[in-house]
Every structure is written in C-alpha cells, then in structure tokens.
Write a protein that binds this ligand. Structure first.
Ligand code: SF4
Length: 411
C-alpha cells in the first residue's frame, strides 16, 4: 500500500470510530443522518462540499496562522479565536508567537508574562489553560502536541471543538469541527430549528457535517465552513447573492435565513455599581490581584468593590481599603484612607451579563503604605502589564486628566 492509501485507511477508521456512536444516537433520536443530509441539499452533499472547497481555495483570507502546518500555531490561533473576532486576534497572535514561538517556550514562560501578552483579549482563563497545557505537553508528551483525539482532548482548556479543529487542520484527520459559525451555515442550509445548546439540534448539525465532511481535506473543509460563516453567512444580513452554497440553501430560498438557528437564550443584563480607588503616590498607582467577587482573578486591577448603589459601593470600598491597609499603623479606621468622596470620573464597562457603572475615587498618598496585597506600578508601565480591560479604562481616564486631591497623610 502507498503512504496515501495507508493514510486514507487510517483516516477512515478514525472517522468511523467517531461516526458510529453518533449514528446510534441519531437513530435513537429519530434524526437519521441521511434524512438530515437530504434536508440540507436536494443534491448530493458531495456537490456542496466541492463548491465550498473551491470557494475556499479562491477566497480564503491570508491569515497569519494559515498555511504553516504547525500544530502549535493552529492550537494558539484556535484558542484565541474563541469568542473573539479575527481582526482583534491578529495583532495578539503575532505578539504571542513572537514571544513564544514554540510549545517549549510557552511552557517555560511565567504565567505573568503570558497574561501580559493576553491582556486586552479577554476570557483570561484561556491564557491560563494554554500555559498549563503547554507545560503538560512539555513534560508528558516530549514537547509534541498529541495527534490523537483523547490525547489532545485531555489537555487543559481543550474542548471537543478545539481538539477536532487542531486534528483536522494540523494533522489532516477527518474530524468535523462544530462552532457557532459552522452551526449557523448548516442550520440555514437545511432550515434546522434550534441552537447549539439543544442536544437534538447539535446532533442534527453533527449528522449533516458527517455526511458533508471532506476526507481528503478535512482541515480546509472546516476552515471553509468557518470562513463562510464569518464573511458571508453573517448572523445578520447574510450575503446570499455571493454565497457559493446559495443554490442548495433552503434558508435562503425560504426568504428568511436569519430565522436559523434560533438565538441562544441570554441571561438578562444586571446593573452593578462599582467604586474604584485610584491610590497614587507620585508616578505610582496601587493595584491588587483580581477585581472583586472572584472576577478577573488573574489580572491586576485597581482596588474596587461593588454595591447596590454608588454610595454603598463607596462605603464597601472604604472597608476594603481599611482591610488591605490593616498592617499599616497609620490606618486604623476606614476614614484614615484619604479617598476623595466625590468621583473624579465615571465609566461604563460590561463583564458577561454585568453592566457596570464605575466611579473612580482618587487619593494621593504622601508615602507608600505597608500592605502585602497592594502592588505599586509605574503609571507609564501599566499598559504593558497584565491588567484588565476595566483597569485600562481607568488608566485612560487618568491619561485624560483626573484631578487628584492633595495628600492628607504625612510620613
Ligand atoms: S445562501 Fe445565504 S443563508 Fe444560505 S448559507 Fe449562503 S449566506 Fe448562508
């Protein structure tokens, strides 16, 4: 057997191993893959596949992680792209890869440095897991990313989607990677009702993908569907007239493709007041790890507290500062922290379902107090530190010019 034939047989075995349970579940739920595939197109899924791959060859964007074949590059890009737009990811990806060009480099780096380079990209748990996974790969896999599903899926922060995306794109293994963009395209093609949080819908989409997947070029197939979802089959205003799949698309033919898939139920936004202390001593400002209430725990933030009202948030902030400065003999009560009682600036910020109304209360200190919880950063160096997006907004307000009160403490 030639190498190509061996690879094809190997790929077919992997595919069959994962298709069998899917088919069994599909049959139990009444969602027969063949029927679903038929729903997607009146013609063979092979024609859809060919049209999709031809479009991708002609239209694929030149992205920095494409074409290298480097599993590490594919993995980093897939993690960064979760919940994040391609245009936002590109500069972060380039800086990250320049700093950590290999799994080994990433494994040897400090978490602090990784977070610095991730700062501003959001969803920081991704960075922590990426770092942990690199250490596992370095220690347990001799620095090589595992090439089997169970091996890669067992790494910190790698879910089903990422495992299949890396295996298909980097190792040409026949896995269909299902993310929100792919689900949208498939749902519209076949007018499939539901959303990815509903097992029956997920199963139906997976069954369609199993029929459509290219075994010769699974990586390109997955990237093509993702790209189509990102650039043509947009959540609002799909560009059906230029879509390579338009002639097979039931959603487009029905005249209302935006009705598919159903929107995911969202948690209602909650309004929160946040009081933020801007403690300054010369060019230095005080920062703490985490924001408050367990949020943004990996990042540096200005000391802050929530409250039901702005007054409650400020009261809570005074308590927090008194506790943080508890080791300092000059701070005996919460009133010993010379916080300005009126906010010097306000801002708004969203963290998942929290709509935060922030108020910044400055205090100029005459000396740096003793507190193991406070870390003093040079204001000019803060933008390069591992600080949260919320803290960046505060820094921006400072750069815009916040009036700070005169020092009240001596010594
Ligand atoms: S024809 Fe329109 S709705 Fe259908 S897949 Fe293409 S862009 Fe999406």
């Amino acid at each position: 057997m030639t190498t190509a034939v061996v690879a094809a047989v190997y790929n077919r075995r992997i595919f069959d191993a994962h298709r069998a349970p899917l088919q069994r579940i599909a049959e139990r739920s009444g969602a027969q893959p063949q029927h679903l595939a038929k729903k997607v197109g009146e013609r063979s899924p092979a024609q859809i596949r060919r049209a999709l791959l031809a479009w991708f060859r002609a239209s694929a964007r030149a992205l920095p992680w494409r074409g290298s074949g480097d599993p590490y590059a594919v993995w980093v890009s897939e993690i960064m792209l979760q919940q994040t737009q391609v245009a936002t990811v590109i500069p972060y990806y380039q800086r990250f890869m320049a700093a950590f060009p290999s799994v080994t480099c990433l494994a040897q780096a400090s978490l602090e440095r990784v977070l610095e380079l991730w700062s501003g990209l959001g969803y920081y748990r991704r960075a922590r897991y990426l770092h942990q996974a690199a250490q596992v790969i370095a220690q347990e896999h001799a620095g090589e990313i595992p090439e089997d599903y169970d091996g890669i899926r067992g790494l910190p922060g790698i879910g089903d989607y990422t495992a299949k995306a890396v295996l298909s794109i980097a190792f040409n293994q026949p896995y269909a990677a299902l993310d929100g963009n792919v689900a949208r395209v498939v749902a519209r093609l076949g007018r499939l009702q539901g959303n990815l949080h509903q097992p029956r819908f997920r199963l139906a989409v997976e069954a369609v993908l199993a029929q459509m997947l290219s075994h010769k070029a699974p990586g390109n197939f997955n990237q093509a569907l993702m790209e189509l979802g990102q650039t043509v089959c947009l959540p609002r205003g799909p560009r059906c007239p230029v879509c390579p799949l338009a002639k097979w698309c039931a959603g487009s033919r029905g005249g209302n493709p935006e009705a598919y898939p159903l929107p995911r139920p969202r948690r209602a936004a909650e309004s929160h007041h946040l009081a933020v202390a801007l403690l300054r001593r010369g060019n230095k400002v005080a920062m703490v790890r985490g924001l408050t209430d367990g949020l943004l725990n990996d990042l540096w933030n200005f000391p802050s507290t929530f409250g039901r009202s702005s007054a409650k948030a400020l009261g809570n902030l005074r308590e927090k500062l008194a506790a943080l400065l508890g080791n300092d003999p000059k701070v005996r009560t919460r009133h010993d922290v010379p916080l300005q009682s009126k906010p010097a600036a306000e801002f708004r910020h969203n963290i998942t379902f929290r709509a935060i109304q922030g108020r910044i209360y400055p205090a100029t200190l005459s000396r740096i107090p003793r507190s193991p919880s406070l870390h003093w950063f040079d204001l000019s160096k803060l933008p390069q530190a591992a600080i949260s997006q919320l803290a960046r907004k505060v820094v921006q307000k400072v750069e815009d010019g916040i009036a700070t009160p005169k020092s009240k403490q001596k010594g």
